[in-house]
Ligand binder design. Structure first.
Ligand SMILES: *Cc1c(COP(=O)(O)O)cnc(C)c1O
Length: 219
């Protein structure tokens, strides 16, 4: 099936308030343009350099999201144009995003990545650290960033009950924070293999790659 058809099919499953991020990492510009011609305007990449190259060569009305882990020394490349950074997991990174945003006269929207998977994963904040960041005076002074929500990834497992449990926990946490912090409105959870479960558990932003563009070849 074509990329445009895949997008139409997935969009038909999404309620109006759900944002589809088409994850185009490793895929060539021609694939992105096919999705673009089909109406898609929001794309996600997981590497700053690839994101920057694609931004430079593709239509300027694309909304680019950085969905992967971001190193502080790469923030400067994406700060002029990035629309949303999904995986912020430290004060150090927030401060660097703030600094680069101010240099560009921008406010950059960020999601805090919360560790929900039972499996050992390197990235993501605990719920306690997430709340501490939102609460901290230091973060509230940062005028170049806005914490727009939370992002999470489930355990890579065929056990759908496990995935459901993890997404449900993140949704409850999100709801609690969004009552306390009015800027917290986005819950980014769900990828090709688990976005339907994520939607049932309250996600309002899904990041879908291989179900749109086909499998990735990293060789
Ligand atoms: C690659 C990636 C996705 C998309 O994965 P698919 O399984 O291809 O849909 C979503 N989120 C993040 C953080 C990713 O790195």
């Amino acid at each position: 099936m074509s990329i445009a058809t895949n997008i139409q099919n997935i969009k038909s499953e999404l309620a109006k308030n759900i944002t589809l991020v088409a994850v185009s990492k490793t895929k060539p510009n021609e694939d992105i343009l096919e999705a673009y011609t089909g109406g898609q305007r929001i794309f996600g990449e997981n590497k700053a350099q690839e994101l920057t190259q694609k931004y430079e060569s593709l239509p300027k009305d694309i909304e680019w999201h950085l969905i992967g882990h971001l190193q502080t020394n790469k923030v400067k490349y994406i700060a002029p144009f990035v629309h949303l950074i999904h995986a912020v997991d430290s004060l150090k990174l927030l401060k660097e995003i703030n600094k680069q945003a101010l240099k560009n006269n921008r406010v950059i929207n960020c999601l805090l990545q919360v560790k929900i998977a039972e499996e050992e994963s390197k990235f993501g904040l605990t719920p306690t650290d997430t709340e501490a960041l939102l609460n901290s005076d230091e973060v509230q002074q940062l005028k170049g960033i806005q914490i727009a929500g939370l992002m999470g990834m489930s355990t890579n497992t065929p056990d759908t009950n496990q995935i459901k449990k993890e997404f449900n926990a993140l949704n409850l946490f999100f709801k609690q924070l969004s009552r306390q912090y009015p800027t917290v409105t986005i819950l980014s959870m769900g990828m090709s293999g688990d976005y339907r479960i994520a939607l049932e558990q309250g996600s309002n932003m899904v990041r879908v790659g291989s179900s749109i563009f086909g499998n990735r070849n990293y060789s």
